[in-house]
Write a protein that binds this ligand. Structure first.
Ligand code: HEM
Length: 181
């Protein structure tokens, strides 16, 4: 059966999104787990976890506001909030990579109940943040190409996953600052 032009365009867009997401995730795995950390020492690097937690909190706030605005039919404000959440997540990634470049891995030495709690949060955070990459692109692509029903279908899954990743990003910094001894 011959595929319609619209179907073709959709398949191409989804393939491009998955390919791009795969390249991004590969780059992150290399950067975080294989690239040696820099040996340079700068005082400002120690503040970056707070910047990261701030950007994640801001992102979660934009997501909640964006959801509220679409529910009260203020679509313009919904678009502004969701676009801001996307920019904030991008800035977080830059700041996180900068921190990792100068600081390297952070070992968790806390004991007791906090240990399994921390690793549960960390592992689910990592898995969902990888899954989130193509989900956010697809949700945005469907929104900007005016496929509202498709956008809503994806958005109902993307939104809670993205919120979980942002909130757990803040929790991870909070646990590392308060229980890592
Ligand atoms: C990745 C970022 C975004 C997320 C997570 C998101 C999330 C959502 C959610 C949860 C809904 C409501 C679904 C429901 O009714 O159950 C929705 C609806 C909608 N979104 Fe988004 N959105 C995003 C970006 C955008 C953008 C960039 C636009 C426009 C360019 C947009 C336009 C719309 C429209 C038009 C609706 C339907 C409003 C209605 O039913 O009247 N969204 N979105």
């Amino acid at each position: 059966m011959k595929m319609s032009k619209v179907e073709n365009k959709k398949n191409f867009a989804y393939t491009a999104i998955f390919a791009l997401s795969f390249v991004i995730v590969l780059f992150l795995v290399w950067f975080i787990y294989f690239k040696p950390a820099s040996t340079a020492i700068y005082d400002w690097v120690e503040y970056l976890p707070f910047v990261n937690a701030g950007l994640n909190s801001l992102c979660a706030t934009f997501l909640v506001l964006g959801y509220y605005f679409v529910k009260v039919k203020k679509v313009e404000l919904h678009i502004k909030c969701m676009s801001s959440a996307t920019v904030t997540s991008g800035l977080f990634l830059v700041s996180y990579l900068l921190y990792h470049h100068y600081h390297g891995d952070t070992k968790f030495i806390g004991q007791g109940l906090i240990r399994p709690t921390y690793f549960f949060i960390l592992i689910t955070h990592i898995i969902l943040s990888v899954a989130m990459v193509p989900m956010v692109f697809i949700t945005l692509w469907n929104a900007f190409t005016n496929k509202v029903e498709k956008h809503k279908k994806w958005a109902r899954v993307t939104l809670p996953v993205w919120l979980y990743v942002s909130v757990t990003g803040v929790l991870i910094v909070a646990i590392l600052k308060n229980f890592n001894y």
